[in-house]
Design a protein around this ligand. Sequence first.
Ligand code: BJW
Ligand code: ZN
Length: 240
Amino acid sequence: MDCPISVQDIKERLHNSKTVVILTGAGISAESGVPTFRGKDGLWKNFKPEELATPAAFTNNPKLVWEWYDSRRRTLSKLKPNPGHIAIAKIEKLVKEFALITQNVDGLHQLAGSKNVIELHGNIWHVKCTACNKVSLNKDVPIKILPFCECGGLLRPNVVWFGEMLSDKALTKAFVASDNCDLMFVIGTSGIVHPAASIALRAKDEGAFVVEINIEKTPLSVSADATLLGKAGDILPQLL
Ligand code: BJW
Ligand code: ZN
C-alpha cells in the first residue's frame, strides 16, 4: 500500500536540500485577498482572457484593458503578504541556493522580503511605452486612463499577455535554476499556462523531487512526487 508523504517528510527533505526552487502562481496570493484567474471566483469569471490579456485586446480597446488593470492595482494597493509569502522569504534565508520563480505580477513576494525573485509574467506596477519601449515604475492609484509616456507613446502594463514571449532573461534564469535544483515546490498554480508550467516538468525530468502545494489537484499532480492538499498559507509555515 502506498504511504502518503507527510508535511513532516517534506520538512526533512527541505532541511537536507542544497538547491531549492519555488514556482508560484496566483494561489499563493489568494489568502492575501488577490483573486486568482480561474475557478469560481476567478478574474476570468466575467471576462474572457482574450478580451483583456492579449496584445490584440489592448490594440482594440486600450481603455477597457487599462480600466481592468487600474481596478486590480487599486485592490492590490490595500493588500499585504500572507503567511505563505512570509514562509517562502524565510526558506530563502535557510537554503544554500535558492530561486523563486513567480507567475504573479503583484509584487507581494518582494514585499514579504523575498530577494531572488524571477518574475515570469512581469509586474503590474511597471509600465512600458508602446513607442520607445522604456519600462518604468508607476505606482499611481488610480492611474490616469489613458497614460502616456514623455515621448508621446501610449503606456501599457509591463506584463506578459497570451501570445507574447516571456523575457528571455527571466526564462533562461528560471530554466537554469530549475534544471539544477534538488527540490522544487510548485505552489498555487493551475499548471495550464506555458511555458511556466513546463518549468516544473523539466525540473522533474532533470531529477528534482517535486512537491506541489494546492487546494486541489492539477494537471501537474501526476508528475509531482507529492501533492500536499491545503492552503499555502497553512502548509508553508509548517515546513519551517
Ligand atoms: C491555492 C490557494 C491557496 C487557490 N493555496 N493554492 C504549450 C501548450 C499549449 C499552449 C501553449 C504552450 N506554450 C505556449 C502556449 C500558449 C499560451 C498558453 O499557455 N496557453 C494555455 C492557457 C493553453 N502561453 C503563452 O501565450 C505565453 N507565451 C508564450 O508561450 O510565448 C511563446 C509563444 C507565442 C505565440 C504562440 C505560441 C508560443 C504567455 C503566457 C502569459 C500568461 N499571462 C497571464 C496574464 C499576466 C498578466 C496579468 O496578471 O494580467 O498570466 S494569464 C494568467 O495565467 C497569468 C498567470 O500568471 C497565469 C497562470 O495562472 P495561475 O497563476 O496558475 O492562476 P490560476 O487562477 O489558473 O490558478 C490558481 C491556482 O491556485 C489553482 O490551482 C487553485 O486551486 C490554487 N489555489 N487558492 C494554494 N490558498
Ligand atoms: Zn516612450
